[in-house]
Write a protein that binds this ligand. Structure first.
Ligand SMILES: [Mn+2]
Length: 283
């Protein structure tokens, strides 16, 4: 059995094309898209439609936290003005790019369960069993890792696959192989190349490999400008473009430092982004 896990595409269509061509040459039995197809990147609709077109080839999907950020805008109580909205404007931009149709995102399940050749469980989630925003890192302690891969009614399976942190790894704990596929569209481990996981059942056990691929990053850069994302998505898109440039995350740190003062009106969003980027460049 040959299994592919690919996730965190984040609207990066060029990276998705390169990864897909590589995946299809390998001829896996199953492909699971581990969430975050849309948002935090310039071409969400193209990526979503492409993944949907692959469903006829048997591709499966789980729902990431970024799908949830976009789905939120289909709810009439979600504000579409005010300081909080300005911070999340990029997700609203994605929602508009999907023409307000979130039905495909809503249809994505929290987890995918498959059966291995020996009858045991294969489980794929976006982040962890706690939620699709609770990630697993290479440095997560063993105790925490155990809590993240099981629930009282769902013991840890022999193969547990995840994404979300944009930081690929392969790790064993107890009788479980934990595979984080990294990010197709927006890696955060300092390596610009697209990342996905190939997993093979061999000699009665799982063997995993992380694949890294160069792709047309200039095309994606151009997509940030030509799609209107950079102009229309609000000041935070400058942070996302810089994440793309340096293959490191900004949004979490920016939020820690500037979310409260921005919402309180102590600093404009524009200024908060400019200052943050200047501070990072000075480091
Ligand atoms: Mn993600």
């Amino acid at each position: 059995m040959k299994l592919v896990i690919l996730g965190d595409i984040h609207g990066n269509f060029a990276a998705l094309q390169t990864v897909t061509a590589h995946v299809e040459r390998w001829q896996p039995d199953v492909v699971v898209v581990a969430g975050d197809i849309v948002n935090r990147g310039p071409l969400p609709l193209q990526c979503l439609q492409f993944v949907q077109s692959k469903q006829t080839d048997g591709w499966l999907t789980v729902r990431g936290n970024h799908e949830d950020y976009v789905i939120k805008y289909a709810h009439p109580d979600t504000p579409t003005s005010g300081p909080e909205f300005e911070i999340f404007r990029s997700a609203y931009w994605t929602y508009c790019r999907l023409n307000g149709d979130v039905s495909a995102l809503k249809a994505m399940p929290f987890q995918v369960n498959l059966t291995a050749p020996d009858g045991t469980e294969i489980r794929v989630v976006h982040a962890s069993m706690r939620s699709n925003g609770d990630g697993i890192f290479i440095k997560t302690t063993d105790d925490k890792l155990r809590q993240k891969i099981q629930l009282p009614n769902q013991p840890a399976p022999p193969l547990f696959c995840t994404a979300h942190t944009h930081w690929p790894f392969i790790r064993s704990i107890d009788d479980t192989l934990v595979v984080n596929s990294g990010a197709v569209g927006l890696p955060f481990d300092g390596d610009h190349r697209a990342s996905y996981a190939q997993i093979v059942w061999q000699g009665g056990q799982w063997q995993a490999k992380i694949i890294r691929l160069d792709y047309d990053r200039q095309q994606t850069e151009q997509d940030f400008y030509e799609s209107g994302y950079l102009d229309e998505g609000g000041p935070l898109i400058r942070l996302i473009l810089d994440e793309f440039h340096i293959a490191r995350p900004h949004l979490y740190n920016w939020t820690q430092q500037y979310h409260a003062p921005t919402v309180a009106g102590e600093i404009s969003l524009e200024e908060a982004v400019t200052n943050y980027l200047a501070e990072r460049k000075a480091q």
